[in-house]
Design a binder for this molecule. Structure first.
Ligand code: SF4
Ligand code: SF4
Length: 61
């Protein structure tokens, strides 16, 4: 995998839950139903970014 040094942010989550099962690192968690990303656990695999139907998970450089 190419080197990445950015991070994933959650903007405009609609609480659909589709991303919850794709993260193998347990880096996704909810606050009041909205998905957030634990940057200590996230390895930037981009699975959640690809599966979110609302484009709420975004990779930031
Ligand atoms: S990029 Fe991968 S490791 Fe990071 S939160 Fe999304 S699914 Fe989990
Ligand atoms: S897939 Fe997207 S909209 Fe659905 S819960 Fe995850 S971050 Fe929120």
């Amino acid at each position: 995998m190419e080197e990445r040094d950015g991070f994933i942010v959650s903007i405009g989550c609609r609480k659909c839950g589709k991303c919850e099962n794709v993260c193998l690192n347990g880096a996704l968690y909810r606050i009041n139903g909205f998905v957030n990303v634990d940057h200590q656990k996230c390895d930037l695999c981009m699975k959640c970014v690809k599966i979110c139907p609302n484009k709420a998970l975004v990779y930031m450089e």
